[in-house]
Design a protein around this ligand. Structure first.
Ligand SMILES: [Zn+2]
Ligand SMILES: [Zn+2]
Length: 318
C-alpha cells in the first residue's frame, strides 16, 4: 500500500509530546488513505485501488471477535501505528511512504467522489463517532456534544443527518465554536455561566443524550446535569488515565441513566463512515478542517503545527 495522505491524530500528538507511552522503534500514524501496490492471496483488490482500512487487525475467531462483537478488542489485536516494529510486524505505520496491511484488516474501497482530504481521518475519528452515535436511543430528539474537535463536528453532522432536531455542541475555543454551525450543530460557549440552565430550559427537562468527545474530565459534571431522567451518556474522548470521575452510583441509579464507553469501532462502522461521506458530499466542509499537507520529511514541523491547535487535523504527504 502506498500512502497518499495521512493525518496527525490527537493520540499521535500525545505520543510525540511524551504524554502517552509507546515502545520503540515504531512508525506512528494510523489515519490515512492509500493505493494498493500489490496484494497477497485471498484479497479481491486491483493494484491502484484507493482504499481506507480499519486501524485494528483482528483474528476473527476469538470470543471478542465472535461472541462479543468487539473485534477492536480481539484477544490477538494488532493496531496500526501503535506497534513496535522490532516485534516482527514491520511496516505498520502511516507516517511512511508505504504500509503493509495484514490478513485480518478490514479494507474498504474509496469512491472517486470522496477526496483524500475528506477520507483520510475516517478510519479513526469518523468510524469511532459512527460507533458512538449508534448507541443513542432511537427516540432521541436532543443531544449535547461536549467538544468541537473532529469527533464533535463529525457527531454534529451525523446527528443532523439522522434527523435529530436539536444538537448542541459545547466548546470554549472561539475558533472551534465558529465552525459548529457549518456541521449542523448549535454552538454553546462552555464559559457562559448560564449555559446549563439555558439548555435545560430550552429542552424542558434536559437532553436525551450527552456525547463526551472533549477528553477533559472537567466537562463530565455538566454532562450529568444536562441529562434528563432516563438519559444516555456516551463517553468517547476520555481515553487516558487522568479521567477519574466524581459521580455517585446513587446519582446514576436515581437519574436512571445509561452510560456507554466507546473505544474504536468494528468493520461495519468503517463501511458506514465511507457511505456517510458519499451520501453527504457537498453538505459539510470536512476538507477545510485539514492543513495543507506537510511533506513527510517535515514531520517534526507538522507535529509542532498540530500542537498549536489551529487545525482539526494536520496532514502529511509522502
Ligand atoms: Zn486516531
Ligand atoms: Zn479476535
Amino acid at each position: 500500500m502506498a500512502i497518499e495522505l495521512a493525518t496527525i491524530c490527537g493520540s499521535d500528538l500525545h505520543t510525540c509530546l511524551g504524554r502517552r507511552n509507546q515502545s520503540v522503534p515504531a512508525i506512528l500514524g494510523h489515519e490515512a488513505v492509500g493505493r494498493v501496490v500489490a496484494t497477497g492471496s485471498g484479497r479481491d483488490l486491483e493494484a491502484g485501488a484507493r482504499i481506507t482500512w480499519s486501524i485494528a487487525d483482528s483474528c476473527g475467531t476469538c470470543p471478542a471477535c465472535t461472541r462479543d462483537h468487539l473485534p477492536q478488542k480481539c484477544h490477538r489485536l494488532f493496531k496500526y501505528g501503535h506497534a513496535d516494529t522490532s516485534d516482527g510486524t514491520g511496516l505498520n505505520g502511516c507516517y511512511a511512504s508505504h504500509i503493509l496491511l495484514r490478513e485480518g484488516t478490514h479494507i474498504v474501497p474509496v469512491p472517486d467522489e470522496i477526496p483524500n482530504e475528506v477520507i483520510a481521518p475516517a478510519n479513526c475519528a469518523l468510524a469511532t463517532m459512527i460507533n458512538a452515535v449508534s448507541h443513542l436511543p432511537e427516540n432521541c430528539r436532543s443531544v449535547v456534544i461536549q467538544g468541537a474537535g473532529l469527533l464533535g463536528l463529525y457527531g454534529c453532522a451525523l446527528l443532523q443527518e439522522r434527523g435529530i432536531q436539536t444538537v448542541y455542541c459545547v466548546d470554549v475555543n472561539p475558533a472551534r465554536l465558529r465552525r459548529i454551525p457549518e456541521f449542523g450543530g448549535i454552538p454553546i460557549n462552555g464559559r457562559d455561566p448560564d449555559y446549563l440552565q439555558t439548555i435545560v430550559t430550552e429542552t424542558g427537562h434536559g437532553v436525551d443524550a450527552v456525547v463526551e468527545t472533549a477528553g477533559t474530565v472537567e466537562v463530565v459534571p455538566d454532562g450529568f446535569d444536562l441529562l434528563r431522567t432516563g438519559g444516555t451518556y456516551v463517553l468517547v474522548g476520555l481515553v487516558h488515565p487522568r479521567s477519574q470521575l466524581d459521580v455517585t452510583a446513587e446519582r446514576i441509579i436515581r437519574q436512571c441513566l445509561t452510560i456507554h464507553g466507546i473505544h474504536n469501532y468494528a468493520p461495519a462502522h468503517l463501511d458506514e463512515a465511507v457511505m456517510f461521506l458519499l451520501r453527504s458530499r457537498g453538505s459539510y466542509p470536512f476538507e477545510t478542517l485539514l492543513s495543507e499537507p506537510y511533506p513527510l520529511e517535515k514531520l517534526q514541523e507538522a507535529v509542532a503545527e498540530a500542537d498549536t491547535g489551529t487545525w482539526h487535523r494536520v496532514a502529511l504527504r509522502p
